[in-house]
Ligand binder design. Structure first.
Ligand code: NI
Length: 162
């Protein structure tokens, strides 16, 4: 690990230390590393430098709203190649929270997520996208002898970067 020295003005440092206390960081270096990783990750994903990604899409919707629940389910089935898992929580009599884990080409993950969030009646939509190295070797080398366990894992084998 390399050591770097940075200069901060007092106000910024104070705000940073307050942030660290609130978030439970015990040292500044770890907080800086996390902030940097987060920003670099955002940048990578924004610029499509990450061809593959894992997405955590969350939103709230009213299941009484006409046709909405059906449309959301239909859309998930239409994108079954991206779906890893869907968590559905009945929050109260009307509202449902769904968390959908998706993985695949970043552009496709983003398109699906944005379309879901844009549905009328979908609220608090948020996509957290993490770039990932998708293990494509299983798909590209047809001569590769696959271990059964390895084969089963191939479909969900993603390694987050950094
Ligand atoms: Ni529900």
């Amino acid at each position: 690990m390399e050591r770097v020295t940075i200069s901060l003005d007092e106000d910024l440092l104070e705000a940073f230390d307050a942030f660290n206390r609130r978030r439970g960081y015990e040292n500044r270096s770890e907080a800086i590393r996390d902030l940097l990783r987060q920003r670099l990750e955002e940048d990578r994903v924004e610029h499509d430098a990450a061809p593959y990604g894992i997405g955590c899409l969350s939103y709230v919707y009213n299941h009484h709203q006409r046709e909405l629940a059906r449309r959301l389910t239909q859309s998930q089935h239409a994108h079954h190649d991206l779906m890893l898992s869907t968590l559905h929580v009945h929050l109260d009599h009307e509202n449902c929270l769904e968390v959908v884990l998706v993985r695949g080409e970043t552009a496709a993950v983003r398109r699906f997520s944005e379309a879901t969030i844009a549905e009328t009646g979908v609220r608090h939509g948020h996509l957290h996208l993490i770039s990932a190295d998708l293990d494509q070797s299983h798909h590209h080398h047809s001569d590769h002898v696959q271990h059964p366990a390895e084969d089963a894992a191939a479909h969900v084998h993603v390694t987050p970067k950094t």
